[in-house]
Design a protein around this ligand. Structure first.
Ligand code: ZN
Ligand code: ZN
Ligand code: ZN
Ligand code: ZN
Length: 221
């Protein structure tokens, strides 16, 4: 199925690279091409030529003194491309937020027990209280933002604690270099493990928050 967005998108392709226009420049014939594409076209085939034909309709035009750089930028095209990209992003996030199991339903809740976004049918059918605990996505967004901040500050505290114990044990065990090395290694291992854990938790939470925010945005749009 071709959506309206996809149809419009097809008109935003540069005739040279077949990709979406980047910095579109317009020729006298009103055909537009990416600035880069025109620059390549000009340098490879028409360097120092007085007239350059349009790559599509072959209408010749005299380039300005500054060559491709001096051509008019197609601002209309630029703003349409911007708008379409926004709409595509929104459509993608909408698609992502649709419940796979229940047609036509959006994921509006976050089940804390299963750590996943669910729709209201999922909530009733598969995530029944009291075994599951789910909250509204708006609430979840706030909550997880805070817990992420808490977690990071807890982590800094723990690292500080580790550093202190490291200093203390170095002093106490000065005579036994091997013990110190062992302690240092243990502390380093623990810190590395915690860092890995915190990073994976952080990524998970950031993912959740982003998805939740996208949900929220389109719910209140
Ligand atoms: Zn191009
Ligand atoms: Zn043309
Ligand atoms: Zn569902
Ligand atoms: Zn659940």
């Amino acid at each position: 199925m071709t959506t309206t967005l996809e149809k419009i998108g097809q008109h935003l392709q540069c005739g040279i690279c077949r990709d979406r226009y980047k910095e579109p420049k317009t020729l006298d014939c009103l055909h537009s091409f990416c600035k880069k594409c025109l620059e390549n076209y000009y340098t490879i085939r028409y360097k120092d030529a007085l007239k350059v034909p349009c790559p599509v309709c072959r209408q010749e035009m005299v380039l300005p003194d500054t060559h491709i750089q001096g051509l008019k930028t197609n601002f209309h095209l630029t703003s349409i491309i911007q708008e379409i990209s926004e709409q595509e992003k929104l459509a993608r996030s909408e698609e992502k937020n649709k419940c796979q199991k229940h047609q036509g339903e959006m994921k509006r809740f976050y089940c804390e027990t299963c750590q996943e976004l669910i729709c209201s049918s999922c909530a009733v059918l598969d995530h029944c209280k009291p075994r599951h605990h789910y909250i509204d996505i708006g609430e979840a967004s706030l909550k997880y933002k805070h817990s992420l901040i808490d977690m990071i500050s807890d982590f800094s505290k723990e690292i500080k604690g580790l550093e202190q114990s490291l200093a203390a044990s170095s002093q106490a065990q000065e005579e036994s270099a091997r013990n110190v090395t062992k302690t240092v290694k243990a502390v380093q291992d623990k810190a590395a493990k915690m860092r890995a854990e915190i990073t994976s938790q952080e990524n998970k939470l950031i993912d959740n928050i982003q998805q939740i925010q996208q949900d929220g945005k389109q719910m209140y749009a």
